[in-house]
Ligand binder design. Sequence first.
Ligand code: URA
Length: 234
Amino acid sequence: MQLDRILHSQGFGSRKEVRALVRHGLVSVAGEICENPFAEFEPENLVFTVDGEEWRYHAQAYVMLHKPSGYEVSQKPKHHRSVFELLADPLRVRGIQAVGRLDEDTTGLLILTDDGQLIHRLSSPKHKVPKRYAVTLKHPVNEELTQALLAGVVLHDDPEPVAAAAVEPSGEYELTLTITSGKYHQVKRMIAAAGNRVEALHRTAVGGLALPADLPAGEWRWISGTDLERLRSV
Ligand code: URA
């Protein structure tokens, strides 16, 4: 594939813009500056640098972000900053989208991709993808709460009860909750309907993908290897 096409596909700008980057000597491939935008390279696994920063070609982008509190999962945030500000510019330019939403004050694992099919599969109620949350409560956990969540609680906008797929107390005021649907404010509303209140919410896993312990809040990384296979096999 021509270098200008490769750079354009990876979110470095329009074809015209990326040609200018190349002609200005800002792009290296396999350690050597390449000033010819029409030079041909095999894109798969290609490592290149743009303006000193190293990149690897990804036919599609799959990334995980450790969402911090105080950010909205929206391209046009209303009251806070956007999670998209936390990503590298080329990811935004190539049209990466979040898989589902987390509230502004929820932290934890957010998956973003430009693979529309995967977004659809992970978000579709039909696929019942498990989402695991660490929940901090206002009142202590008790048997009544866990039983109510497992049996199903009725939310305002739906007469059908919504049940947790799993509930495990993990402290006096903490539990791990797994849900397989994705209604608006679902966890907070379920906990409220069961007579308690969410003080803090942190997503620890989506499908088979867990938030890595070494990914700090506000940082992102590519999803690859078995993590990606597990996510795609949902
Ligand atoms: N449920 C909620 O209430 N909020 C979230 O951010 C995610 C799930």
